[in-house]
Design a protein around this ligand. Structure first.
Ligand SMILES: [Mg+2]
Length: 347
């Protein structure tokens, strides 16, 4: 099956004046890029890259995919999807394969795997070989811009939808405010629901140790990205000092970045992002790498691509998602997300 064309669709929307917010940034959710790979078999594969911010990024990425990545893949055989991934990395190396370029590589890689799954009429997890029929899911619902009542309402709603775990943002100016936030959420969801906390890179290592001890004593499930993402020394110190598992990885690029963290015992729960990792090809590598180090994998962000990857990983523990919107194909049973059954990355 050969690639005959690649079409780029850019969607932009005006920034939300009341964006969701974490300790690092506001996220007005400005749009995304959809890559459509057309083939001589009549099969069309789709890959997406979304942007929480900044304005202008979807247009810039659209031009990048059109002018840099499209010429690499058009005319090639989809069966060589991993080879095409390598070529995209090699061709973008001069100006840097990370950042925006990696968002594009991820979208194209997703579209190529989607083509292969559709060609064979099976979900991608069946191409790769499955392990899990379902995986636990948690709701990332506790944004910092929510007041006390709002955060309690949305966490209760998540429990009503069947989630057995919720994640909330922390990283307030003081530890006392962080503790108060966890207590407010605990009182809303009760003792049987897991709570994860995420400070989005906002603290110093010393402060992250101090707050981590508090979250540990409050029974939180994991302590996510407390310090700047690239600080492997800081993460190693943090993981050594605390018993609560340290989650990190959503802002790391490429499997090599994860290897650095794993070799240093700097991360307990590996959390790659589909876009920054570089697509399903890279997520599978990172998942296997984490397994070799006996570390669990929890997705950053949800959707059918992460679910397909997690169907194949023995170390997959949690899918991240938001509240499930009306009519969503995501199916939750006893807190577990069910694996998609559609061809490629279809539901
Ligand atoms: Mg996070």
């Amino acid at each position: 099956m050969h690639i005959t064309n690649l079409v780029v669709h850019v969607t932009t929307r005006p920034p939300n004046p009341n964006p969701i917010r974490d300790a690092l940034q506001a996220l007005p959710q400005v749009g995304g890029v959809r890559v459509e790979v057309q083939t001589d078999a009549g099969i069309v594969g789709v890959g997406d890259a979304f942007f929480g911010r900044p304005v202008g990024a979807p247009e810039a990425l659209g031009a990048f995919v059109e002018h840099v990545l499209k010429p690499i893949v058009v005319g090639e055989d989809v069966a060589f999807v991993r080879g095409l991934h390598q070529r995209m990395l090699a061709e973008t190396e001069y100006h840097g394969s990370v950042g925006l370029a990696m968002f594009g590589i991820a979208a194209v890689d997703t579209a190529l795997w989607d083509c292969l799954g559709k060609l064979h009429g099976v979900p991608c997890w069946q191409l790769w070989g499955g392990v899990n029929r379902q995986v636990r899911a948690y709701a990332m619902v506790g944004w910092l811009n929510y007041g006390d009542d709002e955060v309690q309402d949305i966490c209760r709603k998540a429990v009503d939808q069947g989630f057995r775990a919720v994640k909330i943002k922390v990283g307030y100016p003081t530890l006392a405010e962080d503790i108060r936030r966890v207590e407010i959420v605990r009182s809303a969801v009760g003792d049987d629901i897991e709570i994860m906390v995420d400070a989005n890179q906002s603290l110093t290592t010393a402060e992250a140790v101090r707050r981590g001890r508090a979250f540990e004593s409050m029974g939180c499930l994991w302590w996510e990205e407390p310090i700047p993402a690239a600080d492997v020394d800081g993460y190693a110190a943090l993981a050594a000092a605390l018993d609560i598992p340290i989650g990190a990885g959503e802002n790391l690029y490429t499997p090599a970045d994860f290897a650095r963290f794993l070799r240093r015992d700097a991360v307990d729960i590996v959390q790659p992002d589909l876009r920054r990792a570089g697509g399903p090809t890279a997520l599978l590598q990172i998942g296997a790498l984490a397994e070799a180090f006996h570390r669990p994998y929890a997705s950053h962000g949800g959707g059918p691509v992460q679910l397909n990857v997690m169907a194949c990983l023995p170390n997959a523990i949690y899918l991240e998602t938001g509240l499930i919107p009306e009519g969503s194909p995501l199916k939750l049973i006893d807190g577990y997300a069910q694996m998609p059954q559609g061809a490629g990355f279809g539901w």
